[in-house]
Design a protein around this ligand. Structure first.
Ligand code: C5P
Length: 324
C-alpha cells in the first residue's frame, strides 16, 4: 500500500491545540462608546491547552465537549467561529460536514481564555479543512468579531494587546517561567468584572485598591515584577482590586504566592484564576502542595513560546482517504 495524501480536500480529520493564556498585566485606559474598555495588556501563552479534533462527517455541524458544563450549541464560540467562516467562504445555509470534539483541560470562566482559544484554533483548523484560505489579516478580523481576546490566540507567545485587547503586537518571549495556577471555587464573568471596575472607579477606587492589596498608581503594587526585553515591569491587573473587593480570597492568594517565593503573583484577566510565576520548578511545586493542603485546587504549567502556542492545525489522513 502506498500512502499518498493528496491534499486537505482528502483529509478526514484535523487536530489542533488551543493554548491557555494569562495576562501578565492589564491596564484599563478608558471606556468606549460601545461598552468595551480600552486596554493595555500583556498576554502570555501557557503550555496548558485544550485539544480540538475535527472530523469530516455527513450532516450538520455538531460539537461535543469532554467537560459536561460547556455548552455545545451556538453559545459555544467554536460554533460561532464555524458559522462566520462558513459565511466568509460564501457557503449558504448553516455549516455542515464537520464534527468538533473539544478535549477540555482549561477551566472555564477563569480568565485563562479557554473558549476564545478554542475559537481561534477552530478558525485555523476549519480554514484549512474547508479550503477557505482567508489569510492572516481576514482571520484576525474574524477573530476580533468573535471576542476581544480571540485575535491574541491566533498569535500566541508573549504579546501586547491594545484597543479592546484585540490589536496584537507580538513581543519577544518572556524568560521561561513555571506558572502556578490557583482556581478559586467561583468564576467571574468578564462583563461583571468590568462593571465592578466602573462602579469602583465612580466611587473613587484608590482606597479600595489599597485595601485589597493592589494599590493603583504606585510603583510597587505588591504583585511583584517581570523582566521583559531587558526592562523590569510591575505586574498590575486593574480588574483585580474590584474583583478582590467582592472576593477577598483573590488578594489573600496573591499574598500567599508571593510569600511562597513567586517573583510575581496576580489575578489573570477578569479572574477568578490567580497565578504565581516561579523561576524554579521545585518552588512552584512546593507552593502548590502547601495551597492544596489547605483546600485550594492548583495546577503547575509553564510559559509557552509562540512556536509552541500558535494554533498549528495538523491534517490526518485515515485509511479511507489514502490511495491504495
Ligand atoms: O469580547 P468579549 O465577548 O470577550 O467581551 C465580553 C464582555 O467583556 C464585553 O461585552 C464587555 O462587557 C467586557 N469587555 C470590556 N472591554 C474589553 C473586553 C471585554 O468591557 N476590552
Amino acid at each position: 500500500m502506498i500512502a499518498v495524501p493528496r491534499g486537505a480536500g482528502d483529509a478526514t480529520r484535523v487536530v489542533v491545540r488551543a493554548h491557555a493564556k494569562i495576562n501578565l498585566d492589564l491596564q484599563v485606559e478608558g471606556a468606549r462608546a460601545d461598552g468595551y474598555h480600552l486596554l493595555r495588556t500583556l498576554f502570555q501563552s501557557l503550555t496548558l491547552h485544550d485539544l480540538l479534533t475535527i472530523d469530516r462527517v455527513e450532516g450538520p455541524l455538531t460539537i461535543a465537549c469532554s467537560h459536561p458544563g460547556v455548552p455545545t450549541d451556538e453559545r459555544n464560540l467554536v460554533w460561532r467561529a464555524a458559522e462566520r467562516l462558513w459565511e466568509c467562504g460564501g457557503r449558504a445555509g448553516p455549516p455542515h460536514g464537520v464534527r468538533v470534539r473539544i478535549t477540555k483541560r482549561i477551566p472555564a470562566q477563569g480568565g485563562l481564555g479557554g473558549g476564545s482559544s478554542d475559537a481561534a484554533a477552530a478558525l485555523v483548523a476549519l480554514d484549512l479543512l474547508w479550503g477557505t484560505r482567508l489569510g492572516a489579516d481576514r482571520l484576525a478580523a474574524l477573530a476580533g468579531q468573535l471576542g476581544a481576546d480571540v485575535p491574541f490566540f491566533l498569535c500566541g507567545g508573549t504579546a501586547l494587546g491594545l484597543g479592546r485587547g484585540d490589536v496584537i503586537h507580538p513581543l519577544e518571549a518572556l524568560e521561561p517561567q513555571h506558572v502556578l495556577l490557583v482556581f478559586p471555587p467561583f468564576g467571574v464573568s468578564t462583563p461583571e468584572a468590568f462593571r465592578w471596575f466602573d462602579e469602583d472607579a465612580a466611587a473613587g477606587a484608590a482606597r479600595v485598591a489599597e485595601d485589597s492589596g493592589t494599590a493603583v498608581g504606585t510603583g510597587d503594587c505588591g504583585g511583584g515584577a517581570i523582566r521583559l526585553g531587558g526592562l523590569v515591569r510591575p505586574v498590575i491587573n486593574d480588574l483585580q482590586a474590584p474583583v478582590a473587593r467582592r472576593h477577598p480570597e483573590i488578594a489573600d492568594l496573591c499574598r500567599r504566592l508571593r510569600a511562597a517565593g513567586a517573583g510575581a503573583a496576580a489575578m489573570t484577566g477578569s479572574g477568578s484564576t490567580v497565578f504565581g510565576l516561579f523561576e524554579d520548578p521545585a518552588g512552584a511545586a512546593a507552593a502548590a502542595a502547601a495551597l492544596e493542603s489547605s483546600g485550594w485546587r492548583t495546577l503547575v504549567t509553564r510559559c509557552a513560546g509562540r512556536e509552541q502556542a500558535r494554533p498549528a492545525a495538523r491534517l490526518v489522513w485515515t485509511r479511507s482517504s489514502r490511495i491504495h
